[in-house]
Design a binder for this molecule. Structure first.
Ligand code: HEM
Length: 155
C-alpha cells in the first residue's frame, strides 16, 4: 500500500506545482511583460488567451489535488487519524478552489466576453480584478504549502 500512498502524494504535489507555480509565473513574469505592450487590444487579447489556457490546466490540477488529497486521507484511516495540518490544508485548499471557480466564472468570463466584443475598458477592469484575485490565491497557495510542510512540525 506504500506505493499507492506515495503515488497519490506524487500526483498531489504535481498538481500543486502546476497550479501554484502557474499562478507565480502569471503574476511575476507574464503580466508585467505583457503590460509593456502599448496597444490595449493586443495586450488584452494576448492575456485573455494565456489565461484561458492556464484556466484549463488549472482545472485539471484542482481536480487532481482534491481527489488525491482525499484519497490519501481515506487510505490512511480517515479524518480522525489526519494531522491538524491536513485539516487546515483541506480548509484553505477548499477556499482556494472556491476562489478559482469565482475567478473563472466571474471576472475572467466577463473579460473574455469583453475582448470578443472589443470593449477594452470593461475587459481591462475585469482583468484588474482577475489580477488581484490570482495574487490572493497565490498567497493562499504558499500558505497552504507552509501548512502542509512546516505545519507538521509546529502544530
Ligand atoms: C483541498 C484539499 C486537500 C486535501 C484533502 C489535502 C490532503 C493532503 C494529504 C492527506 C497530504 C499527505 C500528508 C502527509 O502524508 O503527511 C497532503 C500533502 C501535501 N499537500 Fe495537500 N491537501 C489538499 C490541498 C492542498 C493544497 C491546495 C496544497 C497547496 C497549495 C497542498 C499542498 C500539499 C503539499 C506540499 C503536501 C506534501 C507535504 C509533505 O509530504 O511534506 N495540499 N495533502
Amino acid at each position: 500500500m506504500r506505493i499507492l500512498y506515495t503515488t497519490l502524494l506524487f500526483l498531489h504535489v504535481l498538481g500543486v506545482v502546476i497550479w501554484v507555480g502557474g499562478m507565480f509565473v502569471l503574476h511575476f513574469a507574464v503580466r508585467p511583460s505583457v503590460a509593456r505592450l502599448q496597444e490595449a487590444s493586443m495586450r488584452l487579447t494576448l492575456l485573455s488567451s494565456i489565461l484561458g489556457r492556464f484556466m484549463s490546466w488549472a482545472a485539471m490540477a484542482v481536480i487532481v489535488v482534491l481527489a488525491s488529497g482525499l484519497a490519501m486521507i481515506f487510505s490512511s484511516g480517515g479524518f480522525r487519524n489526519a494531522h491538524l495540518s491536513v485539516h487546515l490544508m483541506l480548509g484553505v485548499g477548499l477556499a482556494m478552489m472556491a476562489l478559482y471557480l469565482h475567478i473563472r466564472f466571474g471576472p475572467f468570463r466577463r473579460m473574455r466576453a469583453a475582448v470578443v466584443t472589443s470593449d477594452w475598458p470593461v475587459a481591462a477592469a475585469n482583468l484588474e480584478t482577475v489580477r488581484k484575485l490570482v495574487a490572493l490565491n497565490l498567497g493562499l497557495g504558499v500558505l497552504t504549502i507552509a501548512i502542509a510542510t512546516i505545519g507538521r512540525a509546529l502544530l
